[in-house]
Design a protein around this ligand. Structure first.
Ligand SMILES: Nc1ncnc2c1ncn2[C@@H]1O[C@H](COP(=O)(O)OP(=O)(O)OP(=O)(O)O)[C@@H](O)[C@H]1O
Ligand SMILES: [Mg+2]
Length: 322
């Protein structure tokens, strides 16, 4: 049965039992709580960012959502299916791209991998050819179809992998770092393709990435995970308001001067006549500018909004010290 929420997690946990060598013969057992009680839902048609630092538990979550890993606790449903119990049935309805690792057959020409998937997923012929043609056109794969996968560049291979994940018309697409290692142009192509896919086919997308530009350009909603816990779930814009983030006033003075001393702001960087002042994001810049203008020979100024990287880095840092 279909519900509005295509992905549902309730208190999901994954604990790994790890044995670590501590001496010549001694081994110590300990637990890694990779996912430590995560709950969220994703409605059909949404494109959500799933971000967090290395080791946060992102890939582990995605592996549970595909059925590769069985949760240690909690409840998980994708399209109403319990992934680890009915992995094969779920496979018909989801697509996965692991940017770090290909699902294509390394030694075969790209087109042969697609033909194998045609059979494996029992995709009706017309649908297979329609989907293939569309992916070949939009991901510019035409010249690559007869090339063995191992000869493809990283960006070409990634586009090939994305096509492979979509040939059977999945309702949900999990992307685990689909732009990793790609150059700016390839990244733009992949993003454009995903945006169109979501808009035109209504495919639900869960996107993991370390490139926040991916999130900025594709996702209205973002979830931040750290140490297996969900730390933020909301609009991208809301991340700016988390914690007391700061804005930066960049002031060009008429000449080089020692760091300015201004109430409610502090100089964080000086480069020749240019000085950077951090001030609380919630405060208006106007009185600050007036105070500076009254005391210093100001030639020009601009205001920088906090970038998401800085805000997230700060969230991680706060979490680590709390
Ligand atoms: N098969 C496994 N056995 C033991 N520990 C594991 C296993 N898989 C993952 N872990 C541990 O679980 C934690 C979460 O790993 P995971 O791969 O989910 O992180 P991630 O958020 O995807 O990080 P990255 O951004 O580096 O890809 C890490 O501490 C990792 O070492
Ligand atoms: Mg990962």
């Amino acid at each position: 049965m279909d519900t509005a929420d295509l992905i549902e997690l309730e208190g999901v946990e994954k604990v790994f039992d790890v044995r670590r060598k501590t001496g010549f013969l001694r081994r110590e057992r300990h637990e890694v709580r990779a996912v430590d009680g995560i709950s969220f839902t994703v409605p059909r048609g949404e494109m959500v960012g799933y971000i967090g630092p290395n080791g946060a538990g992102k890939s582990t979550t995605i592996k549970m959502l595909t059925g590769i890993l069985t949760p240690s606790g909690g409840r998980l449903r994708v399209a109403g299916i319990d992934p680890s119990r009915e992995r094969t049935r779920l496979a018909q309805r989801i697509g996965v791209v692991f940017g770090q690792r290909t699902t294509l057959w390394w030694d075969l020409p790209l087109i042969d991998s697609y033909r194998l998937m045609h059979r494996m997923y029992r995709i009706p012929d017309t649908r297979f050819h329609e989907n293939l043609d569309r992916c070949v056109e939009l991901l510019e794969l035409g010249a690559l179809l007869d090339v063995p996968v191992r000869q493809l560049s990283l960006g070409q291979r990634m586009r090939g992998d994305i096509a492979a994940a979509l040939l059977h018309d999945p309702e949900v697409l999990y992307l685990d770092e689909p732009t990793i290692g790609l150059d700016v142009i390839s990244k733009a192509k992949v993003r454009g393709f995903l945006r169109d896919l979501n808009a035109e086919s209504g495919t639900t997308v869960l996107l993991t990435t370390h490139d926040l530009t991916d999130i900025e350009q594709l996702c209205e909603r973002v979830m931040v995970i750290d140490h297996g816990r969900l730390m933020y779930d909301g609009p991208l814009a809301g991340l700016h308001e988390v914690g007391e983030s700061e804005r930066t006033l960049v002031v060009d003075l008429e000449r080089e001067l020692p760091p300015m001393e201004v109430e409610s702001a502090r100089v964080v960087k000086v480069e020749g006549p240019r000085q950077w002042l951090a001030f609380p994001a919630a405060e208006s810049a106007a009185p600050l500018v007036a105070r500076i203008a009254a005391r210093y020979p100001m030639a020009d100024l601009s205001i920088r909004e906090p970038d998401i990287e800085a805000v997230i880095a700060k969230m991680y840092a706060e979490k680590a010290t709390s």
